[in-house]
Design a protein around this ligand. Sequence first.
Ligand code: F6R
Length: 614
Amino acid sequence: MCGIVGYLGIQNPKTIIIDGLKKLEYRGYDSAGVAIIHDGKTKRIRAQGKLKALEDKVQNEEFNGHVGIGHTRWATHGAPNERNAHPHQVGEISLVHNGIIENYLEIKEELLAQGAIITSDTDSELVAHLIWNEIQKNQNLLQSVQNILKRIVGAFSIVVLWEKSPNELVAFKDGPPLIVGLSKDKSNDEFFIVSDVQAALVHTNRFVYLNDREVVHIKDHSISYYNADGEKLNKPESILDWSTDMVEKMGFEHYMLKELYEQPRSVANAMAPYIDTDTHTVKLTDIGFDAETVFKKIDRVIFVACGTSFYAAMIGKYLIEQICRVPVDTDVASEFRYRRPVIPKNSLVISISQSGETADTLAAVRLAKEHGAELLSITNVAHSSIDREAAGHMYMNSGVEIGVASTKAFTSTLAILNILALQISKARGALAPVSEKQYVQNLLAVPGQIEVVLAYDKYFSEAAEQLKKYKGFLYLGRGVSYPIALEGALKLKELAYMHAEGYAAGEMKHGPLALIDDNMAIVVVAPTDELLDKTISNLQEAKARGGKIISIGTGENKSLKSMSEYYLSLPHSLWTTNPIISVVPLQLMAYHLAHSLGYDVDQPRNLAKSVTVE
Ligand code: F6R
């Protein structure tokens, strides 16, 4: 949601913090700010709007201190204006916050009764007041933070700076991610506290991941970690091998476009650890638990995820039920966590999350854990909160995804789900070697097939001008193409701000048909399979009512082509991998429509990449 950068060290905090915030802007971009010590005083500069506004404001500002904090905001409490931008400052305390303080009303009333002057509409400022009240009594930053921890309820990551102690930072987390970066050369000359490692990756590869209710205290050249009871902790350090190139645009106009083009490689990377390319078989290895043992004993699979990751889960259901004959439930995590779900014995709960930090998915995973379920996480970010909660781990291996709309993580997930279905079936002795080989060979062809589909890029950039005129878009598909229709509609909504609905093609006559006239475009995903004829009948019904058809089919499908305004031909593939290929034209279409309408493709309005509040 919001992005945090804290820095204490020998370099210029202004540059480090602003550059770090640039890497985190995907988390929130309605306002930004910094508080850096200068001449022993806190110099706080904030700006409404994107980070560029702050960058312009601080450009000619001098800071001679060695410590500072910065923030890029996605508003929860209080409008996105400068008054509500972080850092919040109360007395000598400045603070940045990511998350929500649930009991803020009660705290606010108490502070107002004590005569506090509250200058913003945020819940975050109240925490600064609490710390300031404490520190005036005890003159100890760590102690003050530890004292107020029990007072605040919610989901938060907070970094605090005390003007009087310009070689010190304290941070704590209960919910949204917070990671400490240590100096690369082990000199302890500098420390970073960031919401995402990307913000410090150019400076170091040494990171320590904070768990919930942990406090970190950095002072002078030393660092200590504590639990909520104030007991000292020994925290393991992780070395990250992501290169900084992986987070740059590499010549593409937008991160999203770069990520679309990375898909042949990212899908190949996702599959690589799990496939034996000599024998064309899937590996059943230790993935945190012994995959063969766990997959053999399960009676049910339950997927939990949100948004695009949830649509991937829906495809996972088709794959696992049809290939393994194991019953599968799929749940939107925000529903699962509150509906008192029945989680039978021997259930495997699979969470899908690109960021590994989505609050609802994390809560759903924790609930499943309490019920004793076996947990498998599919994430793109190793060591993320969801990844750490699970016993079994599979990784998307997509590299950093910056574009707020998820693309390459989705296709990588679909590749992983294909593999998982084969692994489960194999562990249960239900996968004939000849079928395994055929499925795997088909999977190995996918990166090349995506490359073929990416050639539609030019076609869509030209078609975008025409497609702009439609008032609404109905996306249709059957079977595994149904979740792809949902995903195509989501991409168009979030990027081009156009009304779009995804529907199971067979459901069209149960309501949406009433919407159809010649202002409505119907985007249909109709690969050649046993459901094709039924989908074509549905299209006839729509066309008869004036709907304009954009269709995606396999090869030269004459009947589909003849009824369509636009027809895109996909390479031949099995039904299992068809969704990985057929989503690509829909991603391109949303990208080009949004771009031609002049919208910010990488940072659509009101959204954030990592949704760490519920
Ligand atoms: C849409 C999109 C979101 C995410 C959702 C879950 O393009 O990116 O719908 O899929 O917020 O995020 P993760 O996968 O990080 O849990």
